[in-house]
Design a protein around this ligand. Structure first.
Ligand code: CP
Length: 339
């Protein structure tokens, strides 16, 4: 099992992830993919450790795959639902986290609709000098690192199933299409995919793709382009076709209707006509193009139902399957030092 290039206690963002760390996650996930193909899909790696899933916002894929990943590693799991917790009686989020700490939790997986909550809990755990690791499972519009890492694994295993590595994506064209403004998945993917040397093309209506996204390819501390030269390649398009032209991969994003407090689109029908991904639209792409979507999907809005279910193009089910192995890798890398 690969453990070099890992000394993170928390995973909150991919902004400062290094190529060696991506490769460590990818190679560790390959090992766990092999475990998941066995008849007995369980290893004793995290026996005795406690993983708490603290989801303050709805989730199907992330919550279930983290729970399954922890169980496959033989950890004990605690599942928390905000609606039936003591939050409803006025307990604060930090006190909730400290309650789980007091029960002996080793790792906390946190989703919240507000950006910054996983970081605040990680800071509190460090202040208390606990050894708890915090994993961001999606915070507001900020980031969703485990989703981007499973997307990376899905892309790289398409190119080399046995030795997925970041450098495989160098020179590939990847289009990310849809509600980029509200997407934490897009923000995390921009960090990982531009770090790989891929050309990343964002496409959306101007209301869902403000110009400030051009800065997203520059990690903090590298704002001075002349001094801190960055080879990251990020392009913005307010039309779909230039983003799709010869693309090797197309990542579609959910139109986040629940986050649209302003009227950012004329209608869903018009959105689909201009930015919806269909088999017909893929004719602009590389002949072997593959399509991804983090889910949940609005069928017939950001992607046609027919394309979503077409195994020739769609990697959507593979993304979900990859999610378990990748989340096992993350829990293993964060937890193995404690066993
Ligand atoms: N992709 C994703 O985060 O899905 P869930 O909201 O179902 O976890």
């Amino acid at each position: 099992m690969v453990t070099q290039s890992w000394n993170r206690r928390h995973i909150i963002s991919l902004e400062d992830f290094q190529p060696a760390e991506y490769d460590t996650v990818l190679q560790t996930a390959v090992s766990f993919q092999e475990v998941l193909s066995r008849r007995t899909k369980k290893v004793p790696t995290l026996q005795g450790q406690v993983v708490a899933n603290l989801f303050f916002e709805s989730s199907t894929r992330t919550r279930s795959s983290f729970e399954l990943a922890a169980k496959r590693l033989s950890a004990d799991t605690l599942n928390f639902a905000a609606s039936t917790s003591s939050l409803t009686k006025g307990e604060t989020i930090l006190d909730t986290a400290k309650t789980y700490l007091a029960m002996g939790t080793d790792m906390m997986v946190i989703r919240h609709r507000e950006a910054g909550v996983p970081q605040a809990i990680a800071d509190e755990m460090d202040r208390l000098q606990s050894r708890v690791g915090v994993l961001n499972a999606g915070d507001g519009l900020h980031e969703h690192p485990s989703q981007a890492l499973l997307d990376l694994f899905t892309l790289c295993t398409t190119l080399d199933a046995e030795k997925p590595r970041l450098s495989l994506l160098a020179g590939k064209k990847i289009a990310i299409v849809g509600d980029i403004l509200h997407s934490r998945v897009a923000r995390s993917n921009i960090w990982s995919l531009t770090a790989s040397g891929a050309e990343v093309h964002l496409a959306a209506p101007p209301t869902l793709l403000p110009k400030l996204f051009a800065n997203y390819s520059i990690p903090r501390g590298m704002e001075g382009w002349e001094d801190g030269h960055s080879d990251r390649q990020l392009f913005l398009h307010w039309d779909l076709e230039p983003a799709l032209r010869n693309a090797d991969f197309v990542m579609t994003l959910r139109l986040q209707k629940e986050r649209m407090t302003q009227h950012l689109l004329p209608s869903l029908r018009e959105y689909h006509q201009r930015f919806g991904i269909t088999s017909d639209r893929l004719k602009h792409c590389h002949p072997e193009v593959k399509v991804l979507h983090p889910g949940p999907v609005n069928r017939g809005v950001e992607i046609s139902s027919e394309l979503m279910d077409n195994p020739k193009f769609s990697l959507i089910s593979q993304q979900v399957t990859s999610g378990v192995a990748v989340r096992m890798a993350l829990l293993y890398l964060m937890g193995s030092g404690k066993t």
